[in-house]
Write a protein that binds this ligand. Structure first.
Ligand SMILES: [Fe+2]
Ligand SMILES: [Fe+2]
Length: 247
């Protein structure tokens, strides 16, 4: 389905779903919500209780959105926003949000490369590449030693192994951009995009429940980890990140 995003500079998307059946309303909410940038919102007007539709959209987007819904006369008014990194309640929520953000960036790389807009593809890739290294650094060097999960065998060992492969594949994409081997890009980007999605899914389903439980056992430590992760993902420890994962 073709849905156009908000015009540049426009922060609110209005969606009137009165009289629209769930089978079409659900995909419309999803399609718009998926394109929401930070600072943007969707206002939905709908003539029935929207909670089931909203939960489905949030589930499809791995809880990357938050919403509020209010009944107003005959209709409901809903506001949907991206769940910003700053709203995360713990480090696991923040990492899930960051997975979603990395995925979106990477599909931006793929879309621009497929359309032959190589400069744009490279610019988005470079943002993704530093973001990925911050994310992996946080998981490998800050959270893994504290929250565990089976360093020798188990979800943590799988995670560490997959990180090596994803970093290696990303480095290959970087080289391909540098050498302007543009014909190769769509194929290697497609492989990496699949590896990323599989990895994130596995992490969210096997390791993150262990981390969430471990983090909940020590509240003051959990608050410190959250604060450090927020700062790290925003670039606060980039010298160490770049030293560990050089260009
Ligand atoms: Fe992750
Ligand atoms: Fe990971």
């Amino acid at each position: 389905m073709a849905v156009s995003g908000p015009p540049k500079g426009e922060n609110t998307i209005f969606l009137d779903l009165r009289g629209v059946a769930d089978v079409s309303a659900g995909p419309q909410i999803f399609a718009h919500a998926q394109r929401l940038g930070l600072g943007q919102r969707i206002l939905v007007e709908i003539d029935r209780d929207p909670h089931t539709l909203l939960r489905a959209a949030a589930f499809q987007m791995r809880e990357a959105i938050s919403w509020s819904a209010e009944e107003a006369g005959q209709a409901w008014q809903v506001e949907i926003r991206p769940r910003a990194g700053a709203d995360a309640r713990d480090v696991v929520e923040l990492l899930v949000w960051d997975h979603y953000r990395l995925d979106r960036q990477f599909s931006g790389v793929l879309a621009a490369a497929n359309a032959g807009r190589m400069e744009e593809a490279e610019a988005i890739f470079l943002e993704y590449w530093i973001g990925l290294r911050r994310h992996v650094y946080m998981e490998n060097h800050v959270l893994a030693p504290v929250l565990g999960g089976g360093m020798e065998q188990g979800p943590l060992a799988d995670m560490l192994f997959e990180h090596d492969s994803i970093v290696e594949q990303s480095r290959l994409v970087e080289e391909t951009f540098r050498e302007q081997d543009h014909a190769l890009l769509p194929a290697i980007c497609a492989v990496l995009s699949g590896s990323l999605a599989k990895h994130e899914n596995r992490e969210e389903n096997t390791l993150f429940p262990i981390w969430q439980a471990a983090s909940n056992r020590d509240r003051p430590r959990a608050a410190q980890l959250l604060e450090r992760t927020q700062a790290l993902l925003a670039g606060a420890e980039d010298p160490a990140v770049r030293q560990t994962f050089p260009d």
